[in-house]
Design a protein around this ligand. Sequence first.
Ligand SMILES: Cc1ncc(COP(=O)(O)O)c(C=O)c1O
Length: 452
Amino acid sequence: MATRKGKSTSASKTVQKEAAEVPKPPRGYSTDAFLMYGRQKTRHWDYQHHVVPPLSASSTFRLESHQRGEAGFCGFADPELTRPTKPHIFIYERLDEPVRAMLEERLAAAEGAEMGVCFASGMAAISAAVAHRLKAGDEVVAHPTLYGCTYSLFTNWLPRYGVKVRYQDLTQAPSRLRIGKKTRIVYCETPANPTLQIVDMEAIAARIAKANEGRSQEEKCEFVVDNTFATPACQRPLEHGVDVVCGSLTKGLSGFGTDMGGYVATSESDESSLLVFRKDFGSPLSPTPAWRILNFGLPTLSLRVKQAQASAFELADYLHEHPKVARVQYPGHPASKGYETARRQMHDFHGEFAPGTLIYFEVKGRNDKEAAARADQLVDTIGKKAYVITLAVSLGQIRTLIERPGGMTHSMLPEEVAQTCGIGAGGVRLAVGIENPDDIRRDLEKALKSLD
Ligand SMILES: Cc1ncc(COP(=O)(O)O)c(C=O)c1O
């Protein structure tokens, strides 16, 4: 899917394609170091004399000649060329832009991917990750527990374009996963929003690999995983046989609740198609949020996750023992479903178990109606009286946030789908921040007490 249709210019012919490689830190240095320093000079940018790379905001770029403009357009997203061209030619912000490009390289390194492409939001990234590959007649198989807007995208929009979406529980034995001739994508979140179900990525990837035997590249089925909840600081799906990772930058990766964005990280063979899709559907990440995520979000990612995760361990134990709580799901708690799989696939950049910063729990009630009313009362008490827990959707930021998925983020799910997803009437999602865990517990205790 090149930008030029069979048109070959002398400018493009002079550029040689190079083998793709995963961007990574210099030998012996950690991924954390790369997330802070990246590369100061590439063919794409030269910020060797800056400590903090500048916020280069320019919606269009100066061209000293029409030849430069032509070469830039011809080089953009051309699968026969390697991005960046030599030297890289910037044309227009929606096509390519240096701050966003720096962020893309660091995200690729974080996920262990050959390349990354950033979008205006997590939903823009998810839409691109699936839609750039699909055509009418294709099928997507998705695990039903999904972020509400992803569920809406799959249920309300993809079918309009002739794409069939079939839901199948991917936490069941992989042998039960049906991959038909037209199945092009198997999609899931793990941990899944909001119930933190864990999908065994290696097992599903092995099942897909078997189904792909003998298929042409076009016919192959890809495994796409939304890594928003874990972030690459806790899990790198590509290490477990996943083909494409996508997710929101709005959450843990930006970390401070100030910016919106999304990303796709995968192999270089998908780069051209994703860039052209982003150009034509018009969903690039703007340089200002990209700059903040680059300079504030990524360098502090591991530190923030470490602090919030240590609190999440403690708070999961506390909630587990609490008499007013019926059920707790935290991938780091041995009593939680999927714990063994989480132990295998969720690790930080240094190999330590990293089950993340989110907890799902259900408030007790004699029946669903009472459980729902008590969960409402709990979050309302927090909304009115808590000091460090905020009643708000979103997650992964420095502040602890709480919400009731059944009535908020997942309210668009039909009742029976919510049940299949395991979203209980009394379900509450707690996104742990970096506050002192005693302060978070204090607010939870007060709110749970109010349920008498
Ligand atoms: C798992 C998951 N994926 C994707 C998104 C969408 O991200 P954004 O709000 O940046 O579009 C969200 C948002 O909450 C999410 O929870």
